[in-house]
Design a protein around this ligand. Structure first.
Ligand SMILES: [Zn+2]
Length: 135
């Protein structure tokens, strides 16, 4: 995690608002629904963070807060990576999904929980930073 990179990026005040909103949307509108089988993971096609920040195929994750946090593109080494690998290996998912909790698979459930916890950590990180910025 690079706090310096976050500080640089947050000089663009609108970025911080966009990052907070997209992270919150990804938790509420996508992952919590995946957890209750009301939604599927279609990779970047239904991730509010990708929609907001991804520059396009092969062009990288731009200023996505996850990319700033991990210093890696494509959600590498995040719980999403584990979810994606599990979905491909065990459930035969292709590139960009669809991935979902298959037949009550307990590993899918655990990995979806981990993804939510990870996104909540990112959200807290952004909110804490916003608070510091204004104090
Ligand atoms: Zn599974």
């Amino acid at each position: 995690m690079s706090y310096q990179d976050l500080r640089e990026q947050a000089k663009d005040r609108q970025w911080l608002q966009r990052a907070i909103r997209a992270t919150r949307d990804s938790i509420e509108k996508k992952w919590k629904k995946i957890k209750t089988n009301q939604e599927k993971d279609l990779g970047p096609n239904n991730c509010s963070l990708c929609i907001e920040f991804l520059k396009g195929p092969g062009l990288g994750c731009g200023t996505c807060p996850i990319c700033i946090y991990t210093e890696l593109d494509a959600c590498d080494r995040t719980p999403w990576d584990d979810w994606d690998n599990h979905q491909a290996r065990i459930h035969g998912k292709g590139l960009f999904g669809p991935a979902y909790i298959q037949d009550g698979c307990i590993i899918c459930k655990k990995l979806a929980d981990k993804e939510i916890a990870f996104l909540e950590k990112i959200l807290k990180w952004l909110l804490k930073f916003k608070q510091e910025l204004h104090s």
